[in-house]
Design a protein around this ligand. Structure first.
Ligand SMILES: Cc1ncc(COP(=O)(O)O)c(C=O)c1O
Length: 391
């Protein structure tokens, strides 16, 4: 069957999968560091790049290769590279693109460690401007002669603001720069940045792609030339994922469509509930019709996902609320079966200096909710009883 033309669920299950010599229906875990060469001549051909072959799992591993082929298919990329964490994927992608004296434009709202990585790039002679990429004109104005890269998440973690992928890509391409999009929150099920002209997609596969909160992983998807460069960077930096973790993510990805539909449905119901609650000040969920970016969400996303940001009214006590929850788990991370809740100011975004954090909308009142796939009445019931305690 031509999997390029198959539906998303079919591709999530079958793309990249191989029937091995054993007839194993599921992908085997090739838990090995090196691979044996057939003879010295074979070694010379494979090592010299004249023949494809497995050498050492830091560069290429058959289990991981299935994961790479599957995500490349789902994101409409030519190729992909799997890494041990989302941060390893982001850094390998960035280090494969930029060098000293380059300039990078990054959205000001990013996952805390991604933000910190861009801050650290200054130590390597790379100049980074943090701006609000929500407004394409800001991107245009931030361009310098040496700008090589525009990087953003959409929706952004944790404020849920969106960036117009197509508009920013057009601006960047007119100026010989590339656009990298962190698609962790939407997954390729709801958003395919490469189809909106982005150049590179990165993921924390730790989140929805794996979906069960039991492994870390990262992915880079792009054209074959870029992935070749990223694989070279990864070999030197050493970010390869373990075959077992690749296998866990492969297993998770087979149910991605049904999980994402349920996350989406549950999050919509929870967002509507929060909106009506008197103790809540603001609810930011792209699927709410009164969200100022609702039209953009509809344009570039085919669903709204499971992530919600909200603020309690000033007098309500965030700690009392969080400590009163009985079902929702107080934990960082997101995109797994269980509902996870966290306080960005003191948790995922504690690395962002307070003044900047507040300027970017990551206020002390902001709470991030990763709506799980439990029965939605139980999630809402738990949130309601905890909100009542904040009196
Ligand atoms: C949007 C986003 N990108 C990247 C990362 C980093 O991923 P990992 O924790 O797998 O390194 C995270 C982690 O929370 C994230 O939320």
């Amino acid at each position: 069957m031509n999997l390029k033309k198959a539906g998303f669920s079919t591709r999530a299950i079958h793309a990249g999968e191989r029937t091995e010599e054993t007839g194993s229906v599921t992908t085997p875990i090739f838990q090995t560091a090196p691979f044996e060469f057939k003879n010295a001549a074979h070694a010379a051909r494979v090592m010299g790049g004249k023949e494809k072959g497995y050498i050492y799992s830091r560069g290429l591993n058959p289990t991981t290769e299935v994961l790479e082929e599957k995500i490349a298919n789902l994101e409409y990329g030519e190729a992909a590279l799997a890494q041990t964490t989302g941060m390893a994927a982001i850094s390998a992608a960035v280090f494969s693109k930029i060098k000293a004296n380059d300039h990078v434009i990054a959205d000001e709202v990013l996952y805390g460690n991604t933000y910190d990585l861009f801050v650290d790039l200054k130590n390597f002679g790379v100049n980074v401007s943090f701006i609000d990429t929500t407004y394409p004109e800001n991107v245009e104005n931030a361009f310098m002669k040496n700008t090589k890269l525009v990087f953003f998440e959409t929706p952004a973690n944790p404020t849920m603001k969106l960036t117009d992928i197509h508009a920013v890509s057009d601006i960047a391409h007119d100026r010989n720069a590339e656009v990298f999009v962190d698609n962790t929150f939407m997954t390729p099920y709801f958003q395919q940045p490469l189809l909106h002209s982005a150049d590179v997609v990165v993921h924390s596969a730790t989140k929805y792609l794996n979906g069960h909160g039991d492994t870390l992983g990262g992915l880079i998807i792009s054209n074959s030339e870029f992935i070749k460069k990223a694989r070279h960077t990864s070999k030197n930096v050493g970010g390869a994922i373990s075959p077992f973790n690749s296998w866990l993510i492969l297993r998770g990805m087979k149910t991605l469509p049904i999980r994402m539909d349920r996350h989406n449905e549950n999050a919509m119901a929870v967002a509507k509930f929060l909106k009506m609650n008197e103790r809540i000040d603001k609810v930011i969920y792209p699927g709410l019709a009164d969200n100022p970016q609702y039209d953009l969400a509809r344009k570039q996303m085919s669903g709204f996902g499971g992530m919600i940001a909200f603020t309690l009214k000033e007098k309500a006590d965030v700690s009392v609320f969080l400590d009163s929850l009985k079902l929702c788990t107080l934990a960082v991370s997101l995109g797994e079966t269980a509902t996870l809740i966290q306080h960005p100011a003191t948790m995922t975004h504690a690395v962002v200096p307070k003044e900047e954090r507040i300027r970017y909308g990551i206020t002390d009142e902001l709470i991030r909710l990763s709506v799980g796939i439990e029965d939605v009445s139980d999630i809402i019931g738990d949130l309601e009883q905890a909100l009542d305690k904040t009196g």
